[in-house]
Design a protein around this ligand. Structure first.
Ligand code: TGC
Ligand code: FAD
Length: 388
């Protein structure tokens, strides 16, 4: 008797509470109804349907691990499981939710004033306002400490000038969290769409994460009152702490993309007949499936372990790096291997593995490249920083 879900191999669901399983199932059903039937079209058209935002708000996944201000306040593991199911649909969908909840909302929730929280968080949790998070610049990606965007005082106001690149939701966002150098170090600012001097541009011709909007933010002497500054953010540590939140979601999310690939390859292998036998009956196919299922199940165990550490409040940034590095690397390799099991059919959007593999190329790069996470782990092991 074959397994119906490749994560049954190690009874991963047995590690979850009833509530966690229920949240996972709810998101899984949403993805089955509202995403799977349409995602190939969105990917081909290079679009993210904005009208999905209020539906995601109703589902309760926007800022779901935050407390108050209309957010659900779930455990980290429950949030992770939601990311797993969303990314089983498409990495672009999980990206939307990560950026909204873990970067844009988290930066306001953690570092914002009470007025900023009241103004933005309830609307963002409901999906009525979309946020983005501008850290990366054209010349500074892995090395944000050297960013060029500047905020200078002009009387009681600030003037922001610079360019942010590769910003998820950038050209559809109502509010941008923008990080800039000041005389006193790096600070965060909330820049609403429509502020004079603030323009955005959508990045086209992407081969990856096509069901997601990626943009550029251009700030030309954008005048902002001091009340637009995030008062609690006082150094590079502030944006980097937001990254921990989004990287955590990716640990689960990449596992979801991998599960969807293995499930797709398993179903295909059991029905596709060559040489008078289902290709699942050949030893070479079984070796691929067995190796992938072992990697998939251990990735899920790692994600849940890290989720339990996060819920206990003890997780360290380098442990998040272990999860992001391992699970994205494994998911990408699984997606490519699953594509081979599908033969020629694997190169179309009718099947998910190559779409996932293309998406995972971005996931490997954003939120810290695999090289940067390797160096974070190297520093934790040796005590030496090898970035510069
Ligand atoms: P370094 O001197 O090590 O650190 C500066 C200060 O920050 C603290 N810190 C952290 N705090 C919280 N969490 C972390 N993960 C932290 N990492 C460092 C550190 O303790 C220090 O604090 P303090 O108090 O001493 O000032 O900084 P560095 O310049 O040497 O850089 C370190 C490095 C390379 C690890 C960091 O710059 C880095 O992580 N680079 C990668 C950049 C990155 O990941 N960018 C992502 C942009 S956002 C994005 O990609 C969104 S995609 C989302 C989607 O669509 O899903
Ligand atoms: P670089 O930093 O120029 O790196 C190029 C290569 O050099 C990489 O292989 C890197 O690992 C390697 N390298 C760099 N430094 C070292 C070193 N010290 N040692 C060894 N190797 C090194 N950013 C945001 O701020 N907000 C977003 O919402 C956002 N969304 C994104 C969405 C997509 C689809 C993509 C592709 C990117 C997004 N990013 C976002 C940007 C992303 O975080 C950066 O692309 C990433 O941090 C890498 O920066 P870079 O592209 O400038 O590459």
């Amino acid at each position: 008797m074959a397994l119906t879900d490749p994560l049954e191999l190690l009874d991963v669901a047995g590690l979850l509470s009833d509530e966690e399983r229920q949240i996972q199932e709810t998101v899984r059903r949403f993805v089955a109804d509202r995403v799977r039937p349409y995602v190939a079209e969105w990917f081909e058209a290079g679009t993210f349907p904005r009208e999905l935002a209020p539906e995601l708000g109703k589902l309760g996944v926007l800022g779901m691990h935050l407390d108050g201000y209309g957010c659900a306040g779930t455990s980290a593991v429950a949030y992770g499981l939601a990311c797993l199911e969303l990314e089983a649909g498409d990495s672009g969908l999980r990206s939307f939710v990560s950026v909204q909840g873990s970067l844009a909302m988290f930066s306001i929730w953690k570092y914002g004033s009470e007025e900023q929280k009241q103004e933005w968080l309830p609307r963002m949790a409901a999906g009525e306002a979309i946020g983005c998070f501008g850290l990366t610049e054209p010349d500074f990606g892995s090395d944000p400490a050297n960013m060029r965007t500047r905020a200078v005082r002009d009387g009681d106001d600030w003037l922001l000038t610079g360019t942010k690149m590769w910003i998820t939701n950038g050209s559809i966002a109502d509010i941008a969290t923008v990080w800039a150098q000041t005389e006193d170090g790096i600070r965060g600012f909330l820049v609403p769409r429509g502020t004079p001097g603030f323009t955005t541009r959508t990045i086209k011709q992407k081969l990856s994460l096509r069901a997601s909007i990626t943009g550029e933010l251009i700030l030309d002497e954008v005048r902002l009152p001091d009340s637009a500054r995030l008062p609690g953010a006082r150094s590079l540590g502030a944006p980097l702490s937001c990254l921990n939140e989004a990287r955590f979601g990716i640990i689960f999310g990449a596992t979801g993309a991998a599960r969807d690939c293995v499930q797709t390859a398993l179903d295909y292998a059991n029905t596709r007949v060559q040489f008078d036998r289902p290709i699942a009956a050949f030893q070479l196919t079984q070796e691929k499936l067995a190796n992938m299922a072992v990697d998939l199940n251990t990735a899920a165990l790692l994600a849940i372990h890290l989720g339990r550490l996060k819920d206990a409040g003890t997780i360290k940034p380098h442990q998040v790096s272990v999860g992001k590095l391992n699970n994205v690397r494994k998911a990408l390799s699984i997606a490519r291997e699953c594509r081979t099991i599908l033969g020629g059919s694997g190169i179309t959007l009718e099947y998910s593995p190559l779409r996932h593999a293309n998406n995972l190329e971005s996931v490997l790069t954003y939120e810290g490249t695999s090289e940067i996470h390797t160096l974070v782990i190297g520093q934790a092991l040796t005590g030496h920083s090898a970035y510069r």
